[in-house]
Write a protein that binds this ligand. Sequence first.
Ligand code: C5P
Length: 411
Amino acid sequence: MKDDGNESATLATLANKRILLGMTGGIAAYKCAELTRLLSKAGADVRVVMTPAATEFITPLTMQALSGHRVHLDLLDVDAEAGMGHIELARWPDLIVVAPASADFLARMVSGQAGDLLTTLLLASQAPVMLAPAMNQAMWLHQATQDNLSKLRDRGCHIAGPAEGSQACGDTGPGRMLEPAEIAAACASLFVAGMLSGLRLTITAGPTREAIDPVRFISNHSSGKMGYALAAEAVQAGARVTLISGPVNLPVPDRVHCINVTTAQEMLDACLSSVDDSDVFVGVAAVADYRVSDTRDHKIKKTADTLQLTLVRNPDIIGTLAARKQRPLMVGFAAETQHIEQYGRDKLLRKNLDLLFANDATATFNSDDICATALWGDAGSQKLGPANKNLVARQMLTLIAARIRASQPDA
Ligand code: C5P
């Protein structure tokens, strides 16, 4: 794992999480810019809802730029309802964070009001709620606020803060909103860590297609099922996944960032732009080894009895990436039809990989099941399956996690 310091380690469980940040009116709203940055950097998908009072303190444009998504402002917004409507938005998050949570907002939440978008979302959502109160110390200490807090706690809301100290109004006491890093850490602590939490994986999948003319191409039988199963399982294990996929008939797994490509060269280009941000590269794609040297601009007519095509070698994607000085953990596949382990071990060495899964091509392509042998180091090996590709994917990811641990200096 690339080391971004302790910050990324403590926030690792936020990867792939959907967080709805609700902002109410208070001077601490400016801290939400940094909170959004931290949550996004940890891999969370952040959507922001602002009450009208919040927009008096920080602009929706700032929050839009930092979250990368349009900010939700109104309950009865025709355009917003045509996109992600408020009930859809209520079903979307894994966590709702309200920061700053003003005294007025807490009171409205306690009484179950739904007069604006944020209170409506909180009534309609089943997601856990984290509240980061911020207000003047006298307002915080008031019995009404304390009663509200205790009711919200009883309903299962998590309360982060407030801190004590000097306040924007000149008072000193409890009521300062926690710092963004503390709120982010409180959010991260609500999620369970997976074996790949905080890691970024790039996975190639499916075949590539090399055009002969505008209607014909060279390709292979790869279905993409193994790569897609790995992508889905890696997300479940806490990883952030970029899937670089050739043409397949499979839905993109939830929370996976998918880049669609057609040719080997396009796949290499996409891999080169993704690999520097990756901790692990997994080459599952059955990349066409050759492409047609002179792809025709027009359909070839069947006038001649024979047709000759000249093929040229495609770049070896995983070999190219593994040869780079700065490289992630490199994991390859070898689909063979004979001498499976021996050819697999040759490939592990020749392509300079850290781990390789060798399997029988005739039994694997387009099948829902797989039987493979994991090979690493000088003599490491383990049989996997035969079993469903999702189950074997989990075993593969366990081995990948073990190789990462082994590659870390203090392991
Ligand atoms: O050489 P072979 O195709 O058998 O090697 C298989 C491994 O190499 C797989 O991990 C596959 O994704 C990768 N590969 C590649 N670029 C190629 C050919 C294969 O990345 N041109």
